[in-house]
Design a protein around this ligand. Sequence first.
Ligand code: G6P
Length: 479
Amino acid sequence: MDKAQILVASNRGPVSFSFGEGDALDYRRGGGGLVSGLSSVASSTDTMWVCAALSDADRAAAARSPEGRLDAAGFDLGGMRVRMLDIPPDTFTDAYTRVANSTLWFVHHMLYDTPNKPRFDAAFRSQWEGFRSYNAAFSEALLTGSADNARVAVQDYHLALVPRMLRQRRPDLRITHFSHTPWAPPEYFRMLPADIRRELLEGMLGADHLGFLSRRWADAFLRCCETFLRVEVDWTRRTVEFGGRVIRTGVHALGADAESLRERAAAADVEQWRARLRERVGDAELVVRVDRTELSKNIVRGLEAFRELLREHPEWRGRVTHLAFAYPSRGDVPEYRDYTEQVQRVAAEIDREFATADWSPLILEVQDDFARSLAAYRMADVLLVNPIRDGMNLVAKEGPVLSDDGCVLVLSSEAGAADELGEDAVLVNPYDVSETAQALRTALEMPADERRARCGRLVDSATALAPTPWFEAQLRALK
Ligand code: G6P
């Protein structure tokens, strides 16, 4: 097998499989900036993407093509190889469900209800072992698959231990790690056990370069290094010296992929959804949100803000409909299941309180339908993006790009996207339901030409760093 010169590693890969007719495997190419970013590089350089098999069909595909010639199975990823790792189920559950999603995600998004959680006990220690094994499995695949001096782009909190594991065995590799989440401030990160804090930070510092989506998250990481590793941070260069090396940090604010989004949003299935939705809502103004059903997205407070708008400003009853498209996510984490129920409960309450024979205040769908979401972006008068904390939030960038007639963005100040979009959005404190209700009203009442002008500027900022230059910047940081 040829060794790759550029490697990407992430838990969720660029493609997912499902069982088709007979023994055929169907595949679906994933969305997201990384897939488009790497695909454009892949045609000119030998590249490989290492990811975890996430379903039985993925495992079947991995077994058919253990060396990562999945592309030869007939799907087009611009020539890159994909190596799917068949991680033993228990190890995967410990690593992905327990440590990554129920612990690290909660820490970085500051989601804990602290009287009960987190609790670091013997069970957690054993899950942590699983997390190490999972990181080791990725490292092995990267070590085996990489040419001398290859560049390796490790993605996200799932793989925080990989850079150090690689560095110890292959100092020739040039390694970057990119965080797609926020980073917790030391005051919150300190709730992790001392040895685990250290292992995570030292794991990341195995890289040459650490990328973040916002200056805020990069600085939080550096402050954690100062606090818990007692290392010197050069705050002018934003570097840290560790193990005799200087590790650089960088901020690469991923933007929307305008061209491919617009192309996709012009397709017939999106048009059909647009017609169907319009028929359903009539000429009501539309407040739209699209998220994974995810605790950090703050869907419940968003619904409550909409309810407060209708309670306090009855003139809006009958004239506005909220489309809330929340697609299922991480159903194996109990907190997510409870949260989904809570979202449905509050939505039902709003419906009971306000619905009339000829007006639905709210249409909530807990189901994934990309074409329907794109149709909603096109139609939105107001786009509500109010996460408690978010690395970037691409909905805030993609929505304005697709808006047919200019939408107003109501945006949480705690999303990384607020760095670029803050001036032209209506910013809110995500915990402040009343402020959010007021922001929805301001947005709905904004004159059409101001709406359009602001939306035009949002699009400029949202597309400033498209996925291809975003990914190239990470690679360039390794030269
Ligand atoms: C966030 C993370 C990604 C992750 C995505 C979906 O954006 O930063 O790494 O892939 O959520 O979550 P999931 O657990 O379904 O992969």
